[in-house]
Design a binder for this molecule. Structure first.
Ligand code: GDP
Ligand code: MG
Ligand code: K
Length: 297
């Protein structure tokens, strides 16, 4: 059998389980998971290589109505990718028994795309089996999907199920990346995302969404196997700064420790991480800041 390779993008509204599925399929923690929506701001590329295929995954941010420049950037980035990839994997949740406005606009966008679209109805573990057929029926009437698959991104059996389906639609082709390659994201972006993830885990809803992270120093000492990273955390208000730093610096310390542990695991190096918190009002509407923090189009 001929080798197959290609690009797959996972799209869907925030919180449907895109990052969870990607992590399940790739077995590595490179995309950011959170209960809170819209935590994945960058397209994270993850490569899975098997004997008979190579799949390159692009995790897009949820498609949503833009509220500011950052939102606009995220939506454009998501929509632009659709025609450039080989397969679009569109995810929805089994817990919703009608197609809401968010998904209606995604489906409308999909109608303009030539790429094969597979629909995964996720979180089937949360609903009765009997509710699945009506759901499949509803979605098949809404769009001509190549396949509709009920899945649970938290169930390990989903790995082989998904690879089987995706492989059917993957074009024949050579390996695009070396076998051992996991992601082509610049290390700095992964570091930013990991710091953001820790803030989402540890802080109140309101604060982390107003936060931007900039890696200002990234120094790899290969001889000593040490990675030195300095990063600025930009927030919008002095009150947010106080929350992020915490009493006696406790919170910032916890964020730093958790992020450092993950970065060490991911890069296999000892990491020295220094974090600073800075107030920068309205940075999300500044072209300059978006550019500085890596949200470039
Ligand atoms: P994303 O915004 O689409 O990337 O969604 P995430 O992957 O961050 O998932 C959002 C939340 O849904 C997390 O709390 C996940 O643990 C949860 N989740 C994802 N897939 C499933 C699933 O199949 N079943 C259940 N019960 N929860 C899931
Ligand atoms: Mg995500
Ligand atoms: K999320």
């Amino acid at each position: 059998m001929a080798f197959k390779s290609g690009f797959i993008t996972i799209i869907g509204r925030p919180n449907v389980g895109k990052s969870t599925l990607l992590n399940l399929l790739t077995g590595e923690k490179v995309s950011i998971i959170s209960r809170k929506p819209q935590t994945t701001r960058h397209n994270i590329r993850t490569v899975v290589t098997r004997e008979d295929f190579q799949m390159v995954f692009v995790d897009t941010p949820g498609i949503h109505k833009p509220k500011n420049k950052l939102g606009e950037f995220m939506m454009n980035a998501a929509m632009d990718t659709l025609d450039d990839v080989d397969i679009v994997l569109y995810m929805v949740e089994a817990t919703e028994n009608e197609i809401g406005p968010g998904d209606q606009s995604i489906i409308a966008a999909l109608k303009k795309v030539h790429t094969p679209v597979i629909l995964a109805i996720n979180k089937v573990d949360l609903v009765e089996k009997s509710s699945l057929l009506p759901l499949i029926d509803m979605y098949s009437k809404a769009h001509d999907f190549r396949e509709i698959v009920p899945i649970s991104a938290t169930d390990p059996r989903t790995v082989e199920l998904m690879f089987g389906i995706l492989k059917k639609y993957l074009p024949e082709g050579e390996k695009l990346y070396p076998d051992d390659m996991l992601t082509d994201q610049p290390a700095k972006v992964l570091v930013q995302e990991l710091i953001r993830e820790k803030m989402l885990e540890l802080l109140d809803d309101e604060v982390p969404h107003g936060v931007g992270i900039e890696v200002v120093r990234y120094n790899e000492n290969e001889e000593r196997n040490i990675l030195g990273i300095d990063a600025n955390i930009y927030c919008e208000k002095a009150s947010h700064k106080a929350i992020i730093i915490g009493k006696g610096g406790e919170m910032l310390k916890r964020i730093g420790i958790r992020a450092r542990e993950d970065i060490e695991r991911l890069f296999g190096m000892k990491v020295v991480l220094k974090l600073w918190v800075k107030v920068k009002e309205d940075w999300r509407n500044s072209d300059y800041m978006l550019n500085e923090l890596g949200y470039k189009s």
